[in-house]
Design a protein around this ligand. Structure first.
Ligand code: CTP
Length: 467
């Protein structure tokens, strides 16, 4: 692979190589002109770490923020920009100049545009094809994903939202932006999702599993709010990201999804049934009304354990110490378990700050769920409001460690483990004539080793063809 002058293009170590139809996945990254364009370099690396072959297309505006050479060096491939560009001597692979937008569109297993500006979203939505990226978009038949990034007012503008709706209806996956401080100095929605999270969504789109087809999954997400007076409430810091990631993952794997959500700043996945609630009691009513129709219930919500016994009809004044009398809320998860219909799987969450395993196991037994996803609510990069999480998937007989990863990726891992609950366990093998029961961990480990061997063989074959 040729590299740009003076730039070393390193071969990345490719581990656990995920193959698409027996070959390496090919991802086309479109970069449009926003401050977040520099993060596209991290996205390229994140995709390469997942062993994808990556090429980059930039708009003219994007090149004002980042030099094409950055991406050429990272990918070892020419960066496409204008429709009429001649390959420059700086191109990492100038010999590829004959490839036009149609060829690139056909090459890609997925197109992900990150950052996607309001302008490129508008062009995609209305079929305007006036540069390489927007023309290529019309020719792509592979899955398309966009990770918008813009000023909060631009994001909320009805024109932008209408364009996004058009794109969603056409099957474009929108990797929702986060909320926080923006480059323009304002605070709000519009910050591009983290590159690792975008890469996780791309991978799930590529591996397009339909293993939840036929399932109806009810997911609860976010925190609940219990009124103290007309303007104050008891609440918690839950962002809802884990529950929304689970809803998105289940839906993209073929499930019908009902999302019962406390107040959040997130956008629900298109096509899922969204039921907005505020209090624990409203969540209870919404869940119980719909649980009978679900084959799987995942309770990721951070439900208030207590609510004020009496809600003041007027705003409470600051008149010295105040004592609030609280009364417990109903345990929705335990109630769903009590009403469980045959074959229904029920999974809870436990956000713990100490003695995680002990508390998680006690909770699993107390509530009678099939599994509890235990996570540390107080650690760095994990739990409430974080974009990443690590957890242990606890069942009455197993404890499966799920290491730190983007919540969207963790959502897929949790769904994998839930599906495994439907498989018969434990696995029994014969050893020297004796029957040896294996834990699922051991069985999975064997499957994983076999998969790695298959992948290694495929890599070797591919290397032979390429070299
Ligand atoms: N849960 C629920 N209804 C409640 C409280 C919690 O359905 N009133 C569910 C949560 O959605 C989660 C699980 O129960 O799936 C565990 O929630 P958590 O707050 O960790 O546990 P609690 O049961 O509230 O126990 P504790 O606060 O004492 O740890």
């Amino acid at each position: 692979m040729a590299s740009a002058p003076g730039v070393c293009v390193c071969r990345l170590r490719r581990k656990n190589l995920p193959l698409l139809y027996n070959r390496v996945m090919r991802v086309l990254v479109g970069v449009s002109g926003g401050i977040a364009a520099y993060k596209a370099a991290e996205l390229v690396r994140a995709l390469q770490r997942q062993s994808a072959e990556v090429r980059v297309v930039m708009t003219a505006a994007a090149q004002r923020f980042v030099q094409p050479l950055t991406f050429a060096a990272l990918t070892g491939h020419r960066v496409y920009a204008g429709l009429w560009d001649e390959p420059s001597p700086d191109d990492a692979a100038p010999g590829q100049s004959g490839i036009d937008h149609i060829a690139e569109a056909q090459w890609a297993d997925a197109l992900v545009v990150a950052p996607a500006t309001a302008n490129i979203l508008a062009k995609f939505a209305h079929g305007i094809a006036d540069d390489f990226l927007s023309t290529l978009y019309l020719a792509v038949t592979a899955p398309v994903l966009v990770a918008p990034a813009m000023n909060v007012n631009m994001w909320h503008h009805p024109a932008t939202q209408a364009n996004l709706e058009i794109l969603r209806q056409r099957g474009v996956r929108v990797v929702e932006p986060g909320t926080g401080g923006l480059a323009c100095g304002m605070v709000g929605a519009g910050r591009m999702a983290e590159p690792e999270s975008i890469a996780a969504v791309v991978l799930s789109a590529l591996h397009h599993r339909r293993d939840f087809a036929g399932e109806t999954v009810l997911v609860t997400a976010g925190g609940t709010r219990e009124a103290i007076d007309p303007v104050r409430f008891l609440g918690n810091g839950s962002s809802g990201k884990m529950g929304y990631a689970l809803a998105d993952a289940a839906q993209s794997r073929g499930a019908s999804v009902i999302l019962v959500s406390g107040p959040t700043a997130l956008y629900a996945p298109a096509r899922c049934e969204l039921v907005k609630v505020t209090t624990a009691e409203e969540m209870r009513a919404a869940v119980l009304e719909r649980a009978a129709g679900a084959t799987l219930v995942i309770k990721a919500a951070a439900v208030a354990d207590y609510r004020p016994l009496a809600v003041s009809g007027h705003k409470l004044r600051r008149e010295g110490p105040l004592t609030l009398e609280l009364t417990p809320t109903e345990d929705i998860l335990a109630e769903v378990v009590r009403r469980r219909r045959p074959g229904q799987l029920i999974v809870g969450f436990a956000a713990e700050t100490e003695n995680q395993m002990e508390n998680g196991r006690a909770k699993l037994l107390r509530k009678g769920a099939d599994a509890i996803v235990v996570n540390n609510a107080a650690g760095e990069h994990v739990g409430i409001d974080s974009d990443t999480n690590a957890a242990t998937f606890l069942t009455p007989t197993t404890a499966i460690e799920l290491p730190l990863m983007p919540k969207r990726q963790l959502a897929d891992r949790i769904l994998d483990e839930i599906l495994a609950l439907r498989r018969p366990r434990p696995v029994v093998i014969e050893l020297d004539g004796r029957e040896v029961p294996q834990t699922r961990n051991q069985a999975d480990e064997r499957a994983r080793v076999q998969e790695e061997e298959t992948i290694a063989a495929a890599r070797a074959r591919r290397r032979l063809i390429v070299e």
